[in-house]
Design a protein around this ligand. Sequence first.
Ligand code: SF4
Length: 233
Amino acid sequence: MARGFSPQEEALYYRTAEAVLEKLAEAHEAPAILAVVREAFERFEQAYQSAPAAARAAVACRAGCGTCCHNDVAVQAHEVFIAAEFIQRTFSPEDLDAVIARAATHRAAYLAGRSDPAWKSPRTPCVLLREGSCSIYEGRPEICRAYHSNSLDGCIANLAAGYEKVDVNIRALRGRMFAVMLAIDQAVESAGFDDHAYDFGTALHEALTNSLCVVRWSRREPAFPESFRERED
Ligand code: SF4
């Protein structure tokens, strides 16, 4: 397979994509569709737990780090709605207002910068990073679930360089986590849902302030037309 998966990872990919697509085909309203996605996200933890013990022991990620949360986060619409639903369900009104305000600031900077040909990602913290930890851990996007590092020093060096200068991947873990991630995305795309890449903070602001976004998404229309990622670093 082009993605470089092992035969086991490839089998995991196809198994996951097929199972998620089957469930998506049975869900019609937004809450039911999101419930399928939420359940599909549990497959990340299952994949992690099934990884060889040596691979899990190599993970250097710790609560309170947040170094990798200073990178751009590219997501698809279903991930934004899972995060938004978690925020609306668990945050206090004050914390909800605060995250909307941070997302609005992020959105303004992103949209202004995106039209500048010289713009580079400022490597600012994710709007959901609080005191070094993810404030929506259970509702975090796919890449945040799939990514693991074997070296804090390597992550710090990569953040300073602005690109992956040091290889911090744990091969046996990354393969299975990315198989799950790509399979869920493939199932969502095959079911006809929005598969555009969005900037997370920008789209999250739209999701938290415009209830029509989820309606558009459930009708299989682009959810956040103002938040497309039109360029990559
Ligand atoms: S959603 Fe959470 S884990 Fe992902 S980048 Fe933001 S703070 Fe980090």
